[in-house]
Design a protein around this ligand. Sequence first.
Ligand code: FAD
Ligand code: MLT
Ligand code: ZN
Length: 470
Amino acid sequence: MTQALAERLAGVVGPDHVLVDPAVVEGYVRDWTGRWRGDCALVVRPADEGQTAAVLAEVAAAGLRVVVQGGNTGLVAGGVPEAGDVLLSTTRLTRIGPVNPVAGTVVAEAGVTLAALQDFLRPHGLELPVDLAARESCTVGGMAATNAGGIRVLQQGMMRSQVLSVDALTVDGRPLVRMHPLVKDNTGYSLSALLVGSEGTLGVITRLLLRVVARSASRAVVLLGLPGVQAAVDVLAEMRVRVPQLRAAELVDDACLRLVLAATGEPDPLPRRHPAHLVLELADGPAGLDRLLTALAGAGVTDDPLIDLAAADDAAGVRRLWGYRDRITESVSAFGVPHKFDLSVPAARTAEFVERCGALVREWPTRDPLSGRSPRPFFFGHLGDGNVHVNILDADPRDDALDDAVLTLAAQHDGSISAEHGIGRAKAHLLRLNRTGDEVAAMLAVKRALDPDGRLGRALLPFDGARRPG
Ligand code: FAD
Ligand code: MLT
Ligand code: ZN
C-alpha cells in the first residue's frame, strides 16, 4: 500500500518530495525537545495548494491518517506522527505577498517561516507583531495552528489576533475555508478563527491573511535583578499603569540565567545574583529608555538597594540583553531532554505557584536514569500574560507522572495547563483539568463535523484514547 501510494504521490509532487528513507524521515518523527518520537509511512512535501489538495485526496483514497507539520518546533508533540501515518510537510509553501500597507495586512503561505516573513516586511516598514525564539524555523501555519504567543502578547495579542482569514483544505483535499481579503468581515461563524489553535486536527491551512503593524526602528530594554517572583509581579503592576506602551515583560529566574551563562559563555548582566529577573521593553530606543527609567524611578525601583538594573537603547545592546531571555530554551536543551510546561496562573498566585512547583520538582522521587541526578526546575516566561514556563532537567523523560503532577498543581492554582504551546499529544489526557465534559463534547462534535473519520492529526482531543508518543 505504502509503495503504491508513494508512487502516486510522487506523480503529484515529484519523486524528490516523497521521503521514505528512514534516516531522512527521522527528522520529521522526532519532536524539537527530543522527548517524543513517533514513526510514519512517508513524508510528502507539496509545493502549492493544488498539490496539497491532490496529496490529501490520494491519502484519503488510501484510507490513511495525515499529520501536518510546519517547522516542527512545536513543544507538545502535536506534529509527531504514528506508524502508518502520512506526514504532510508545508515547508515548500513559501510564497509571500501581496502586502497591503493601507489595510495593514500581508498574505503568506503556511510554510513561510516567521523570520522570512519579517525579512519580507522590513523594507515596507512593517512587521508581524508576534515574536518568539523559534523564529528561524517556525512557520506561520504552525504558529496559527498552535495560536502561538511569544514575547509581544502583552501589547499585540497572540496569533489569533493577527490571523484575519485563511485558505484551508479538508482532510480529503476539498476547500474548507476561502480567504476573504478584508480586515473586517462578520459573515457568520469565523471558520478561520476556528482553525487558529486547532493544532492540525480540523483542516490544513495553506495560506493566511495576517495583520501587520509599523515596525519600530529602535527599541529600549531594561533587565532588572529582583529579590523574588513576587517583586517582579509588583514591579510589573506599577509599570503597566505608568508605561501603557510596554511591549514586553518577561520573567527569568536565577536558575535560567545561570544556565544561559553556562551554555553561551556570556558575562553576567548584573553585578550581583538575584532570585528573579524582569526584562521590560519599549519601542523608540533612547526616548523609550528615558520613559522606562523615569517610570522605574517613580515606582521606587531604581533606588531600591535590593534591585540591580542593566539597560540598553542601541541595537547591539538590546540584542545582548534579550539574549539572556531568548536563549533559555536552547540552553535548557543543551543540558538534557527537558520536561516542558507552558502554564498560566493568575498574577496574584504566580509567586505561590512557583514556590510550590519548585518544591514539588525538587522533592520528586524519581531521577534521570542517565545522569542519576534529581530533577531541577527552571522558571521563566511571559509574566505580563501570567504565563509561566516550567522546564525540568534531570528528570526521567518517560516519567509522565511528573507532568501530571505539575499540570494538576497549575489547575489547583486556578491556572491553565496550556497558555500557549497547545495540548498536542503530551497533554491530551488532561484536557478535563481545564475543560468541562460539555466543552470536550462540543469540541468532539466540531471535530466529527469536519473530520468524520478522525484521520487528520493526532493532537488535542483524546479521540481514540490519548497515547504518549515514543
Ligand atoms: P509544528 O511544530 O510543525 O506544528 C505544530 C502544530 O501545528 C502541530 O499540531 C501541527 O499538526 C500543526 N500545524 C502545523 N502547520 C499546520 C498547518 N499549515 N495547518 C494545520 N495545522 C498545522 N510558542 C509560543 O507560543 N510562544 C513562544 O514564545 C515559543 N517559543 C518557542 C521557542 C523555541 C526555541 C521553540 C523551539 C518553540 C517555541 N514555541 C513557542 C513553540 C511554538 O509552538 C512553535 O514555535 C510554533 O508555533 C510552531 O510552528 P511550527 O511551524 O514549528 O509548527
Ligand atoms: C518561550 O517562551 O521561550 C517558549 O515558549 C518556552 C519554552 O521553551 O518552554
Ligand atoms: Zn513562551
